[in-house]
Design a protein around this ligand. Sequence first.
Ligand SMILES: [Zn+2]
Length: 247
Amino acid sequence: MENLDAIRQAAVLIREARKMVLISGAGLSVDSGVRDFRSSSGWWRNIDPRTVATVEALETNYDLFHDFYSMRINHLHSVVPHHGHHILAEWEGRGILTCIGTQNVDRLHQAAGSQNVHELHGTIRTFRCHSCGKPHSESAFLQKEKCACGGKLRPNVVLFGESLPSDAWNQTINAIQEADVVLVIGTSLQVAPVNQLPFLTSAPRIFINAEETGHEGQFDVFVKGSALTSLVAIHAYIDSDRSNESV
Ligand SMILES: [Zn+2]
């Protein structure tokens, strides 16, 4: 029972943590039914999203860009956080988890009650004019309205070719440098520069992922499993241990 051992080791580290930082990726949202458009099975119309989620597509192929994001936005209307998101919010409330740096643009962490969330890839829940930056509503985007300046509307996501939001990035780096545990959930760690974040500290590192990615050896604990089942198992272990101690 190799995985049970990993869950126990993760639980012991997390139970003792006071400044844990979480880096989360698409694999965390998958358990809420959010499709991972980066994975081969998640490709849309057989188009690689890396060719659509770009500044070039926005500027030169807006119909395709707009279709892609409209589909994703409409899909998210039926999506809610899962129990794993709520466990992470509870760990923040208990003073275990300091902050979350997330690659996810769906705001499910915030919907579950997490307060300190740095959106490293922006968010698909708010919108602006690509030309002048003026904020616009979701319905204006979905209806393909234009800004008064004539500019095209877009979600506040970070497109391929754009730099990460410096505030979210710097705050996540600072928190990791202070962290006593770094927890990474549901990311293949293939997208730079986010994939460098877990290695900015000598604190213990825990990796929860459904599949092996080749990075497991760089972590102290690797829990192979879905984010939801792994978090539920770790949380249950922490709480059963607490109740044993208080007897
Ligand atoms: Zn504008």
